[in-house]
Write a protein that binds this ligand. Structure first.
Ligand code: ATP
Ligand code: MG
Length: 557
């Protein structure tokens, strides 16, 4: 897999060329940036970009800046800025002291705009947005622009007065003078600045003209000395404009933009706008709802940084749009947790099991391995007594088909303890089974499957005298539809009404009483779980299932 990813990564190949002798950045340090817009929380799609930006820098011994793309004055919020930093740190990436805001360059942006006007490469235009649309032309007809020959002095004066706040929104724009006949519409004298009488979250009311992303972004990259500006594919058509900007303003560096395909995952949406809508309409409990594809949601659900990084590295970097199976993300999590999670016992749908030949009041302790995959993980004590809890579905009054667990006359192993033989059950007046009866064989202590006894099944259990009640939350796909993110689809109509199943009255072994959100557990036979970082407390334990044990991912599918 590693070699495959290596050869798939065309970005690395470009960079190798660029830094080799004779290349455009020969001998220079590779310098990338990650430029999130602080208008929402990071999602798993952003992880792909993070791996590409930070990971590529790491690979070439370079550096990566974190830059908040806050040139657009609306919507931005410091809550998001902090959450973004937190998520990136959690993934294990570091921007050192290279943290920037796009808005910190507003003064520079303005100076470079003035430079373009002075060079005759930009002009103040008076078309309203509607008129501008009418003048755009089409594939065979060039655009028209009645103001493009406005004298330089006049544009300079108007642009200064735009900045001074003399005009209402939409009265004027500043446009680049490039090519009205270009087959690339982004080059048909694109708008560089527009008037917006809106406060900026960091600049306050200092500005009422704001640069467009296509103008601000290349300048930010160039001023920070970025060598490789890696971005998603929708910017491919903007690359000629990106290059035009860095070539025509006097910036000290010429970064190279390289585009890659966005990550899509089935059964989810990866658009901040849609994710925000889920939050605002109360369809989920928040940005960190464990069903959300956000980093904070995945973290709360039980995902580890290693599993997410591994996932992003293994899906590779391609130019063709790719949708990856959610099942592959889960597969990566299982792989990691199999190595690292502590094995414990918890009963989600409990029914009492009484060991009738075990003395009342007696208790004994078994030392069980925390993680058989990792011998260094040690052991912990688990108690056993006459009254236990087991899963209701592990008992059948009358055996059906290939059922080899508890039914009258049959033997099972209680994991790590004894072999027991079912002798019957007790029912209430309505005929519901309320207790299962069995006898144990003292000779089978340790319940070691290597003891040569023919016992087909091993089931998990907890000591009723030494356990805790817990709430357990089981999750499935947030969306029933495999492609809720498709253009034109009503994604809200694709929501899975059963994506959250809450189980109360579950019984967990004593070791789980002090579980913290960052601890990961395998509940034997039930899946991988973690304590809910928000809602779990010693008084009310709450566990999230991160992923079930059953792997539905088929490599090469
Ligand atoms: P959204 O559509 O979710 O709002 P965005 O592109 O507006 O996404 P930004 O905050 O601007 O979000 O993204 C920061 C960086 O992450 C950009 O370089 C963007 O290309 C990249 N990115 C965003 N979504 C994905 C994705 N699904 N796959 C890969 N990269 C992505
Ligand atoms: Mg964006």
């Amino acid at each position: 897999m590693a070699e495959l990813t290596e050869s798939k990564n065309f970005i690395h190949a470009f960079i190798e060329e660029d830094i080799a002798e004779g290349g455009r950045y020969a001998g220079q340090t590779v310098h990338t940036r990650f430029p999130p817009e602080p208008n929402g929380y990071l999602h798993i799609g952003h992880c792909k970009a993070l791996i590409i930006d930070f990971g590529t820098a790491e690979k070439f011994g370079g550096i990566c800046n974190l830059r908040m793309d806050d040139t657009n004055p609306a919507k931005e919020d410091t809550e998001y800025v902090e959450a973004i930093q937190n998520d990136i740190r959690w993934l294990g990436f570091s921007w050192g002291d290279r943290f920037f805001y796009g808005s910190d360059y507003f003064e520079k942006d303005y100076e470079f705009a003035v430079e373009l006007i002075k060079k005759g490469l930009a002009y103040v235009c008076e078309l309203t947005p509607e008129q501008a649309k009418e003048c755009r032309g089409d594939l065979t007809t060039p655009a028209t622009s009645p103001w493009r020959d406005r004298p330089i002095e006049e544009s300079l004066d108007l642009f200064r007065r735009m900045r001074d706040g003399e005009f209402p929104e939409n009265r004027y724009t500043l446009r680049a003078k490039i090519d009205l006949a270009s087959g690339n519409f982004n080059m048909r004298d694109p708008v560089l600045y527009r008037i917006r009488h809106v406060e900026h979250h960091r600049q306050g009311s200092k500005w009422c003209i704001y640069p467009m992303y296509d103008f601000a972004h290349p300048i930010q990259d160039a001023l920070e000395g970025i060598t490789h500006s890696l971005c998603s594919l929708e910017f491919e058509n903007h690359r000629p404009l990106y290059n035009w900007v860095v070539e025509n303003v006097s910036v000290p560096h010429r970064p190279r933009q390289i585009e890659f395909a966005r990550l899509g995952i089935d059964h989810t949406v990866l658009s901040k706008r849609k994710l925000r809508q889920l939050v605002e309409e109360g369809r989920v409990s928040g940005w960190d709802d464990p069903r959300m594809p956000t980093l904070c949601g995945l973290r709360r659900r039980g995902y580890t940084p290693a599993s997410i990084r591994n996932f992003c590295e293994r899906i590779g970097v391609a130019k063709a749009p790719n949708t990856v199976e959610y099942a592959f993300l889960e597969h990566c999590l299982r792989e990691d947790l199999n190595e690292t999670a502590t094995r414990v016992m918890a009963v989600l749908d409990p029914v009492k099991l009484t060991v009738t030949n075990y003395p009342e009041g007696q208790t004994e302790t078994f030392q069980v391995e925390n993680n058989p995959v990792d011998p260094a993980s040690g052991t912990r004590p688990v108690t056993f007594s006459r009254q236990l809890w087991i899963e209701r579905e592990d008992f059948m009054e009358e055996k059906v088909g290939k059922f080899f667990r508890l039914f009258p006359g049959n033997e099972v192993r209680l994991k790590g303890a004894y072999v027991v033989k079912c002798t019957g059950c007790v029912k209430d007046e309505q005929g519901n089974i309320v207790e299962i009866l069995c006898t144990y064989d003292p000779e089978s202590r340790g319940g070691d499957p290597a003891d040569g006894r023919k016992v087909k099944s091993t089931i998990h259990w907890v000591d009723a005298g030494n356990c805790y009640d817990a709430e357990v939350r089981l999750y499935s796909n947030l969306f029933d539809d495999p492609d809720p993110d498709a253009a034109g689809k009503d994604f809200l109509a694709c929501l899975n009404p059963n994506s959250l199943e809450v189980k109360t009255g579950c019984k967990v072994e004593a070791a789980l009483a002090t579980a913290k959100g960052a601890d990961r557990f395998q509940f034997m036979r039930m899946g991988y779980f973690c304590a809910d970082s928000k809602d779990s407390s010693p008084e009310h334990l709450v566990f999230n299932r991160a992923v079930s044990l059953k792997d539905s991912y088929k490599p090469g599918k």
